[in-house]
Design a protein around this ligand. Structure first.
Ligand SMILES: [Zn+2]
Length: 458
């Protein structure tokens, strides 16, 4: 199945379970190296400056937009300025979806505007928009039971993201199918459109966009997300009686256009042909600036490599920074990387992705299991001093962009952060620099740097 956003990583994370035997004490030299990286990251405080630079150069960088080119150019210039080698753009084709006008309002006695946004990849409404009665459901099963009663209507998928789960990734995974597949299910029953409650536990006025799918065998209908506060109001209005809505979506899908992964390397000091990949995704949804998703992950990779150099640490293997194109709505960059480097995947020692936001690091996830995981956990023990000693094994690809590398047998790692606030602003207009704490971001970069020093010394 296509992995179109971060949720699959988070689901895998929630499923991670095996626990290696308790480790022994950390190696003193390794502990000193980790401490040096953490203190340097906090003292220099470069991560937030780098993130500000990316967001200033390319605040809007959805695949296929002018901002995505600007983001690649900023990344290449930044890599060159920090002394990386083999800096280049590796091309790939990316989809070009453009949002356009979007608005919705309740008609009749309850007339009021609603805060909505098109889901990524949605078709537009007919010229002038569409008007229809709204029907509310909380599950696909409920929609199927409605059957013909939903024909010609706007289906309002109002299942809340569950609050009780401690893992927000798991909670997201439970609610997000109505966003991913709601338009397909609405199309199956002859509805005119899908309106999906935003996938967040926050009750506010920010609609959350995100990827959605169509099935070529089912009539395509437009799909939008509604802010949770407005979803609550709409549900109350429906309790009082029938509700009609006008929906206008001007989004369009153009032909594929040129995009690129931004790549640069810190050459290995002993075995430069052996490679450790580190990265995040450079594209972001267009409503906000993608500060957490995934500007932070890109900066974790760049700042980690800067920290290694600043601390005089020369790993034996090459560390290759890859800032991937088109994670949010296609994964074309991830596939292009795996294709382009097919012949050298056997020389990939490991891959690490950060795509859970720039929050305080907790540790790592890994695809490793059993003895290999236990051996790695021993090497990562110094991270405990940074409160980042959690090590979740058997976690699959650990990041959507490195999923193809995981499938090719490369050991994968993901930066694990405290994500409790992640879905407050995920894919919204408020995913901005102001939401990122500079110390938390710097600590994440230090944890990535230390982990790279371990992975690239193998
Ligand atoms: Zn992401």
């Amino acid at each position: 199945m296509l992995r179109l956003d971060c949720r699959f990583f988070l689901i895998a994370l929630a499923a991670a379970c095996s626990t290696p035997p308790p480790p022994t004490a950390a190696d003193p030299l390794a502990a000193a190296r980790c401490k040096q990286l953490v203190e340097r990251a906090l003292a220099d405080n470069q991560a937030i400056t780098l993130l500000g630079g990316l967001l200033q150069a390319a605040p809007k960088r959805l695949s296929g937009s002018p901002g995505s080119d600007a983001a690649v150019q900023w990344s290449l210039a930044t890599m060159r300025a920090m002394g990386l080698v083999n800096v280049r753009a590796e091309p790939c084709l990316v989809p070009q979806w453009v949002r356009g006008e979007e608005r919705a309002e309740l008609l009749g006695q309850t007339a009021q505007p609603l805060r909505i946004t098109a889901l990524g990849g949605s078709i537009g409404t007919p010229d002038g928009g569409l008007e229809a009665e709204v029907v509310e459901v909380r599950s696909f099963e409920q929609l199927r039971e409605l059957g013909e009663k939903a024909r010609g209507k706007i289906v309002f998928f109002n299942r809340p993201m569950p609050r009780a789960l401690r893992s927000v990734g798991q909670a997201y995974g439970e609610a997000v199918p109505q966003r991913s597949n709601g338009a397909i299910e609405a199309g199956k029953v002859g509805a005119l459109a899908a309106l999906v409650r935003s996938v967040t536990t926050a009750i506010d006025g920010n609609p959350h966009t995100g990827a959605m799918h169509y099935d070529d065998a089912v009539a395509k209908v437009p799909a939008a997300a509604i802010a949770t506060a407005d979803a609550e109001q709409l549900a109350k209005a429906l309790q009082r009686g029938p509700v009609r809505m006008k929906l206008v979506l001007g989004c369009t899908q153009g032909p594929d256009v040129a995009g690129a992964n931004a790549v640069g390397e810190l050459a290995g000091s002993v075995t430069p042909e052996r490679i450790v990949v580190v990265g995040g995704h450079l594209d972001a949804w267009d409503l906000g600036d993608g500060a957490h998703d995934d500007g932070a992950g890109c900066i974790h990779a760049l700042e980690a490599v800067r920290l290694l150099q600043a601390c005089g640490i020369r790993p034996r293997c090459t560390i290759r920074v890859v800032l991937f194109a088109n994670e949010e709505n296609g994964l074309r960059g991830a596939r292009a990387y795996a294709d382009t480097h097919r012949d050298e995947l056997g020389k990939h020692v490991a891959a690490l992705e950060s795509d859970s936001g720039g929050f305080a690091p907790l540790g790592l996830t890994t695809s490793l299991r059993d003895e290999a995981a236990a051996a790695m956990q021993q090497k990562l023990l110094p991270l405990q001093d940074a409160n980042a000693g959690t090590f979740l094994t058997g976690a699959g690809g650990c990041g959507a962009d490195i999923g193809p590398l995981h499938n090719a047998g490369v050991a994968c790692f993901g930066l694990l952060v405290n994500s409790q606030r992640y879905f407050d602003h995920h894919h919204t207009a408020i995913d901005t620099l102001a939401m990122v704490n500079e110390r938390e971001l710097a600590l994440g970069a230090a944890v990535v740097a230390y982990t790279l020093s371990v992975l690239a010394d193998g």
